[in-house]
Design a protein around this ligand. Structure first.
Ligand code: SF4
Ligand code: SF4
Length: 417
């Protein structure tokens, strides 16, 4: 356990001194806040919509089994293939059977796939994987990991991106964002159309129509889920919503709180591509995928739902709004985290991926200031959840040694040091 803490402290101190991270985050925070305020001002009713969505999300979290069964049935009725994975191993077994080996795979951004270490596994099984979101593509080339749930390369300034792309292409590319985006577009275009499989997550899946919601700006998700002949969607069970109407509400709430007046693309996928244009004979696989596999993943979500305080974390929409308001996140970025990051990443690390040991130093990085609560559309009380996680850490004997030392000093000397 001591190693986890030493390593974590070392990483955090290193990133605190990194001027590139500060520059990139200062730019990102300023522009995010401006955009979010503008979006909420233009659509003031969204705050009310968010409140309704909280009720809906709670209803699903309190009745997971019912909604999982309902969603599986409707997905099947739409000629897609549903699966339920109890944990990461089961999800990977399912993936392995579908994917096999020797395939080219294009991936849309998905933190759920990070949770499964999916890229590493796909490559281990002998496949070639390309991340297609620009930020994820940068992170993949850098052999790093996403540093924000929405903007994975938020901590990487343009100069660094130019350096990475230049090395990769063998061509001298300038630190000019449009030129760098064009390079990624040209490189990835051919991959979309030659890939065997496209893998995505999902912002939501509806239990009445089996519709997967995918919200994006780049257009890569649309290509990755429609150009290859097979689409696999891996979706956490907390993303289930009762109805298509709820999905539409989520779309508005996520977009506005993520700072957009409108997202460029919204894909609603209900089953594989089909046509009945020749003598009304239904043929699957017209222009889009012939096969759609939907894996619903538990992996600790049901366990988190049992705790009356922690369960609210499952309402998270991954809009990222909390991170841009947090006093700690802009200094630490995703290094304050494991797969899930920032304050909201604490319960997700403890219950979903990583475990309580990995969540322990994270829980004591949060200042409990509560700024994130004010800006969260789902009214998730992160400091309260953090307090609860700290309580459990104490019960499990997993309090970081330096915290115990601080506490001892306060008790004995009245000062922390
Ligand atoms: S905790 Fe709230 S603000 Fe943060 S990403 Fe989740 S829904 Fe958005
Ligand atoms: S309570 Fe924690 S996660 Fe929330 S804004 Fe403060 S430091 Fe950040």
């Amino acid at each position: 356990m001591a190693n986890i803490h030493t390593q974590y402290k070392k990483t955090i101190y290193r990133v605190l001194k990194d001027p590139f991270t500060r520059t990139a985050l200062r730019r990102a925070v300023e522009s995010f806040r401006k955009n979010r305020d503008r979006a909420l001002e233009a659509f003031p009713y969204v705050k009310e919509e968010a409140k309704k969505l909280i009720e809906t999300k709670n209803q699903v979290i309190d009745n997971f089994d019912y909604y999982i069964e309902k969603t599986m049935k409707v997905v099947e009725s739409m000629h897609a293939i549903p699966y339920y994975a109890e944990d990461a191993d089961e999800a990977l077994d399912i993936m392995k059977k579908i994917v096999g080996t020797g395939k080219t795979i294009v991936k849309a951004k998905s933190i759920t796939s990070e949770e499964l270490f999916m890229n590493e596994k796909l490559e281990e099984w002998g496949n070639e994987v390309f991340e297609t979101d620009l930020g994820e593509f940068i992170v993949q080339l850098l052999k790093s990991r996403p540093m924000h749930i929405l903007a994975p390369a938020v901590n990487i300034p343009r100069e660094k991106v130019a350096e990475i792309f230049s090395q990769f292409s063998g061509e001298e590319l300038p630190p000019d964002p449009p030129r760098l985006a064009r390079f990624a577009r040209e490189f990835l275009r051919e991959k979309f159309f030659n890939a065997d499989i496209g893998i995505s997550g999902g912002n939501a899946i509806t239990a009445d129509t089996g519709t997967i919601f995918l919200i994006e700006n780049e257009g890569n998700i649309r290509l990755a889920t429609s150009a290859p002949p097979v689409h696999i969607a891996v979706i956490g069970i907390e993303k289930i919503l009762p109805s298509l109407k709820d999905g539409m509400r989520l779309l508005e709430v996520v977009s506005r709180y993520a700072g957009y007046l409108a997202m460029s693309y919204v894909s609603l996928i209900s089953g594989p591509s089909k046509t009945g244009d020749i003598e009304k004979v239904v043929v699957y696989g017209a222009h889009g995928p012939k096969e759609l596999h939907v894996i619903l993943l538990n992996n600790g979500r049901k366990e988190a739902a049992k705790d009356p305080v922690v369960k609210q974390a499952l309402r998270c929409l991954r809009c990222g709004a909390c991170m841009y308001e947090c006093p700690v996140y802009p200094l630490t970025t995703g290094y304050w985290g494991y797969k899930y990051m920032g304050g909201i990443g604490i319960p997700w690390t403890a219950y979903i991926t990583g475990g309580f040991e990995k969540a322990a130093p994270m829980a004591f990085t949060c200042t409990m200031c509560g700024r994130c609560v004010k800006y969260c559309p789902m009214e998730i009380d992160t400091p309260k959840i953090t307090e609860r996680v700290r309580e459990i850490l104490n019960e499990k004997g997993l309090i970081p040694p330096y915290i115990e030392e601080l506490a001892r000093n306060v008790i004995e000397k009245g000062v922390p040091y």
